[in-house]
Write a protein that binds this ligand. Structure first.
Ligand SMILES: [Zn+2]
Length: 349
């Protein structure tokens, strides 16, 4: 007798979740719920669930392999479809990252529906020993201060060299780099910050203080958003580094008293913002809303973001997708306070 047909051999597979009354259920579910009627062939939902567990898209627990294509299975399939549409894979034998060819990428929709094409993609992952890319990036210490995701750390070290060679500085201690999991109550910070993902650096704010100043911050608005342009005073002021800015030719913003001032004396400066962004790997962000009008001074100050630069390469669609890449599981993230699927699915940043 031939083996019973598997879900991935089915010619027109269509397993889905629309709502709790309209979703695919199979024989496994019906066995424990005799009043219900199967809408999916054989034990197909159960089979799909077992494969999603093996691939790391569902947690290995009873209600994730019960033959009921519910919200969790739908969410796992969406996540699988999203990952399959990228170039990053994790090889389950080597536990290392594998970059696939463009032509190997899944091109189906991200809709949570298990079609024949999606089933074949699941088979492909199993055959090639690909699993969800949990922890494909390590966390690395920076030479200056703090930690970043490995590829972001490499890119930042390159930028440090560029800045040092031009006579500038990106010295620590940084205000923040990789932020440990745990929702912060600090006003003016995002619950989905790139800091949790190990892909953001907050420069040393003290370098913009009047005493020992190395940074001048300048307003650089774009549309309704306020950005900042940073200038760095060069190590040498003898004309061998930077560009000479004559006294009073540059207006800067002083975050201490929130006033604008003129450059106090002739100074050699480099445009730090341009230099950081010249690699296209790290970018600045705009100040948060009400950076100038929030009634609380500390909150206003937290919202400036002049110090914040983030890694701009291969940004994932969801906060959880980002954290998975650095080894955080769904359970860890939920235990740390991001406890709804909507929160896990929030855009990072
Ligand atoms: Zn930041």
């Amino acid at each position: 007798m031939a083996d019973p047909e598997k879900y991935y051999d089915h010619k027109a597979l269509n397993l889905y979740f629309k709502d709790t009354k309209d979703c695919s259920i199979d024989s496994v579910w019906v066995k424990s719920h005799p009043k219900s009627t199967a809408t999916a062939p054989l034990d197909y939902v159960h089979q799909v669930q077992l494969d999603l567990i093996a691939l790391g898209y569902l947690e290995d627990q009873a209600d994730n392999k019960d033959g009921y294509y519910g919200r969790a299975t739908d969410w796992a399939v969406k996540r699988f479809q999203r990952r399959a549409a990228t170039l990053i894979r994790k090889n389950n034998d080597t536990k290392k990252m594998e970059l696939i060819k463009d032509s190997d990428m899944y091109t189906g929709p991200e809709d949570g529906i298990l079609t024949t094409a999606c089933a074949k993609e699941i088979r492909k992952w199993i055959n090639r020993k690909w699993v969800a890319p949990l922890g494909v990036y390590t966390i690395e210490k920076l030479s200056t201060s703090g930690k970043l995701r490995s590829d972001a750390a490499t890119a930042w070290e390159e930028i440090i060299k560029l800045v040092n060679a031009a006579g500038g500085t990106l010295s620590g201690p940084y205000g923040d780099t990789l932020r440990p999991l745990g929702k912060t109550s600090k006003k003016g910070t995002s619950a989905y910050s790139f800091h949790y993902c190990g892909r953001a650096v907050d420069l040393q704010q003290a370098l913009a203080n009047p005493k020992g100043r190395r940074y001048y911050i300048q307003k650089d608005s774009s549309g309704s958003d306020m950005y900042w342009k940073l200038y760095c005073v060069t190590d040498k002021q003898d004309g061998t580094q930077g560009t000479l800015y004559k006294k009073s030719t540059l207006t800067y913003y002083d975050p201490g008293d929130e006033k604008e001032r003129k450059l106090p004396k002739d100074t050699y400066l480099i445009n730090l913002t341009d230099l950081i962004q010249s690699t296209s790997k790290f970018v600045r962000i705009h100040a948060q809303n009400k950076w100038d009008t929030d009634p609380d001074k500390q909150t206003r100050s937290n919202k400036l973001e002049w110090w914040h630069f983030q890694y701009n390469v291969d940004i994932q669609k969801t906060f959880f997708d980002e954290l998975e890449l650095i080894g955080i599981t769904k359970k860890q993230l939920m235990d740390a306070g991001w406890n709804t699927l909507t929160q896990l699915d929030h855009n990072p940043g």
